[in-house]
Design a protein around this ligand. Sequence first.
Ligand code: AMP
Length: 217
Amino acid sequence: MLKQKNLILVGAPGAGKGTFSTYLQSLQPLAHISTGDMLREEIRKGSECGKEAARLMDAGQLVSDELVVAMIEIRLGKSDCDGGFILDGFPRTVRQAELLGGVLSRLGRSLDRVILFEAPEELLIRRLTARSSCLACGATFNALFLPPKKTGICDHCGGELSQRPDDSQETAKKRLLVYAKQTAPVIAYYVQSGKLLRITETDKKEIEAILLRELNA
Ligand code: AMP
């Protein structure tokens, strides 16, 4: 039995946070918490915060720290997080990281590891612009390493695949700039805690081996 872990996955858009969250969940029943997915759900529901988030997300900007931290506090309070969780795409600013500290102590939870995925910028752009997801069930594909069996059609439900508006070449570049400016400082924040694991490999199998060791540690 692998150990229960509370993890943060950090990395630029396209670095593999979503892909490796799925891998980690295949090893251990960890709750996968993606603030990007939660915000897209708010947009689908047409809620007020979804409307505000859509404007910023389409422009490749971050939504407010207060909004995402409030969503995270509710989500981390749920019982499925008792067996361990993966935070994917949160925190994205030093302010969010600071506020997360308070949320975790209020909930009596703690962090085991912050895993940073690094990859060269041209690879990130190639990956982002190759991504697509199913309009019906939300399954994700990537023309580079996880192509659907039939172009434009979801393998799981036969739904139509489409590119996320913020994965266009122009917006992907903006998101990488936002990452360098607002999210990269989060790495220094966690280096100080001694919990950072930096992954610079780009080969999927090598990364999976590192993650497996981490869950065994
Ligand atoms: P993702 O799916 O993680 O790539 O996130 C897509 C978009 O959602 C980002 O470009 C931001 O606009 C927004 N977003 C997701 N997570 C956060 C966060 N922790 N803080 C602020 N904005 C976020």
